[in-house]
Design a binder for this molecule. Structure first.
Ligand SMILES: [Zn+2]
Length: 393
């Protein structure tokens, strides 16, 4: 963090310089324009009278030319001075961050370069779609001749259309979507539809006493949610009492809080993503964030490995030399490590449940077979190895 702050300080200096330069530039050019304009008017005046160019005017003209030259030169040299500050930022980055990170990436990662590149491009495109930067994503698809079919794009397009409307405080598209996906949302335990209706109701309340009737009639939308959200509905009904007085001065003023809008965007993104089978954060941003956490640890390990010259510690292409804690946010599914071989199970070496209930990996099971029989390493129950069942986490 200290390193980031260090670079940020240099960056602030440059930005400040740019700002001052911009203002100075604007002012000097403005003055110059004014001066030239005045001179031009005088020249035009003289031309109208048909008099030859007076000595004063000719002197003024040469003065003006000199002034223009001086000002432009001064601005150019000031601009040059900023370059040194910009390059200081570059130096600060070099000084504070390790640039050499290639060492911790296995060379084999880029073996099938073309294919890898396509995977990376696809990840970037998906990220851009997810961020709502549709035109940038399209541009990248075209430039990289990536073929993304409509089925892939469609959910992102729809999501973004609705989110954009929500940002504009337009509940219509989101409500329409929630109603048409009601059943599946309920299966997800989602309260999205209720929250959208509630927000619409609150907006009516904010309209004051003249919206009272409309609000009351809108309240029928809460009926399907009466059991699950009883308390919240009671609060909203209670707030009607204060409509005449003004909700903002009542104990219900929290209903008008703007944070509800941010919350609804979050709820919609989360629930719609899980319904459409998309991750809330794009795989690219998750990988990037994980990489930022893992990189310092891996670089330390690499340094130790190099220093002690213990080759072969880190040779597996798809395996890290140590476990790296990425935090709860990155827990997606359970993993099972075989208690016998102390290895994480995989598709080729899946976990097997023995009839006694103990679980070991298939490789361990194969190793433990003795004369067609298997003795559980935990409870020593003897059993037929074929009775073990594969389990899926
Ligand atoms: Zn057992």
């Amino acid at each position: 963090m200290e390193q980031c702050a260090c670079v940020e300080r240099e960056l602030d200096k440059v930005l400040q310089k740019f700002l001052t330069y911009g203002q100075h530039c604007e002012q000097s050019l403005g003055e110059l324009l004014h001066y030239v304009g005045q001179l031009r008017a005088e020249l035009a005046g003289a031309a109208l009278q048909g008099t030859p160019l007076s000595a004063t005017l000719s002197l003024m003209m040469s003065q003006c030319c000199r002034k223009i030259k001086d000002t432009v030169q001064k601005l150019a040299s000031d601009h040059k001075d900023i370059h040194s500050s910009v390059s200081r930022v570059g130096k600060a980055i070099d000084r504070n961050f390790d640039s050499e990170i290639c060492g911790i990436v296995s060379d084999a990662v880029w073996d099938a370069r073309e294919q890898q590149q396509q995977i990376l491009q696809m990840a970037i495109v998906e990220h851009l779609y997810q961020q709502g930067m549709l035109s940038v994503a399209e541009e990248l698809c075209q430039e990289s001749t990536l073929n993304v079919d409509l089925d892939f794009k469609q959910p992102f397009l729809e999501l973004n259309r609705i989110l954009e409307a929500l940002h504009e405080q337009d509940l219509g598209p989101a409500l329409e979507w929630a109603v048409s996906h009601r059943q599946r949302l309920l299966e997800l335990n989602s309260s999205l539809e209720f929250k959208l209706h509630r927000l619409h109701f609150i907006r009516l309340l904010a309209g004051g006493p003249e919206k009272q009737l409309e609000a009351l009639s809108y309240a029928r939308h809460f009926q399907p949610f009466a059991r699950l959200h009883q308390r919240e509905i009671q609060v909203m009904m209670g707030s009607l009492v204060y409509l005449r007085l003004g909700l903002e001065k009542s104990p219900y003023c929290h209903l008008l809080d703007n944070s509800h809008w941010a919350e609804i965007c979050e709820t919609f993104t989360r629930d719609a993503c899980s319904l459409l089978g998309l991750s809330v954060e794009s795989p690219l941003s998750v990988s990037f964030a994980s990489g930022c956490v893992a990189l310092p640890v891996l670089m330390n390990i690499k340094a130790v490995v190099d220093q002690r010259q213990c080759t072969g510690v880190w040779s597996h292409k798809d395996e890290l030399p140590i476990e790296i804690e990425l935090g709860m946010k990155c827990w997606y599914h359970s993993v099972f490590a075989c208690p016998i071989l102390r290895q994480q199970t995989s598709d080729s070496n899946p976990p097997i449940k023995l009839i006694c209930g103990h679980v070991i990996s298939r490789d361990a099971l194969n190793k433990l077979i003795n004369g067609g029989k298997l003795k559980c390493p935990y409870c020593p129950m003897e059993q037929n190895p074929a009775d073990g069942k594969r389990i899926i986490f």
